[in-house]
Design a protein around this ligand. Structure first.
Ligand code: ADP
Length: 185
C-alpha cells in the first residue's frame, strides 16, 4: 500500500480577542483564559493590558448605541471620571482589560466558539464548557470579546493596536512558511 503525504497550505488567520474587566479582575480566571489560548494552539502575536477612556468605549461599541444595554456596556468597559475614584471601591469604576492579537487556522471562528454565546444563560444551556458559561457574570460582564469576521478583526486590531499591520504580518508569515522556516504537520 502506498502512503501519500498531503502537504496542505498553511493558512493562518488573525483575530482580536479581549479579556474584559470582569475576568481581568480575577487573576485565576485571567491565567486560565491565557492557558486556554495556548492549549488551543493560538499564536499570541501581540498582547497588551489597557484602560479605555469613555470615548474609546463609545466608539468601539457605536453599532449598539441606542440599545438598552449600551450605557451599561460603555461604562463597564471604560474608566469613569477622574483618577481619584480609583480609590473608591464602587461600581462606577471598571478595571483594565487585556487585548490579544491571536493567529491560527480559523482563528475568528475558533475563538468565538471557545467564548460561547453572548448571553451567559444561553451559554450555560447550549455551550456549558464555553468561557462565557464558565466565567460570565451577566450579559454585559460576559468575560470576553472576539471579532466576528476577518473584516471586523482587521478593523478591531487597528483599533487596539494601531501600529500593527495585519497585511504585513500575513505577508511575512507567508514568506517564512515558503522558506521552510515554519514547521507544519
Ligand atoms: P458578542 O460580544 O457576542 O459579539 P455583540 O457584538 O452582540 O455580542 O454585543 C457586544 C457586547 O454587548 C456583548 O459582548 C455584551 O457585553 C453586550 N451585550 C450584548 N447584548 C446584550 C444584552 N442583551 N444585554 C446586556 N449586554 C449585552
Amino acid at each position: 500500500m502506498t502512503m501519500t503525504t498531503l502537504r496542505c497550505e498553511r493558512v493562518l488567520q488573525l483575530t482580536l480577542a479581549v479579556i474584559k474587566p470582569d475576568a481581568v479582575a480575577h487573576p485565576l480566571i485571567l491565567e486560565t483564559l491565557h492557558q486556554k489560548i495556548l492549549e488551543n494552539n493560538f499564536i499570541v502575536v501581540r498582547k497588551k493590558d489597557l484602560w479605555w477612556r469613555r470615548k474609546d468605549s463609545e466608539s468601539f461599541y457605536a453599532e449598539h448605541s441606542g440599545r438598552f444595554f449600551y450605557q451599561r456596556l460603555v461604562e463597564f468597559m471604560s474608566r469613569q471620571g477622574p483618577m481619584i475614584i480609583i480609590y473608591i471601591p464602587c461600581l462606577l469604576y471598571s478595571g483594565p482589560m487585556r487585548a490579544y492579537i491571536l493567529a491560527r487556522e480559523d482563528a475568528v471562528a475558533h475563538w468565538r466558539e471557545l467564548m460561547g454565546p453572548t448571553k451567559v444563560y444561553r451559554a450555560r444551556y447550549t455551550a456549558p464548557n464555553s468561557v462565557r458559561a464558565l466565567y460570565g457574570l451577566t450579559d454585559t460582564r460576559n468575560t470576553t470579546h472576539g471579532s466576528d469576521s476577518t473584516e471586523s478583526a482587521k478593523r478591531e486590531i487597528a483599533f487596539f493596536f494601531p501600529e500593527f499591520s495585519v497585511q504585513q504580518w500575513l505577508d511575512k508569515e507567508e514568506q517564512r512558511f515558503r522558506a521552510g522556516h515554519v514547521e507544519y504537520d
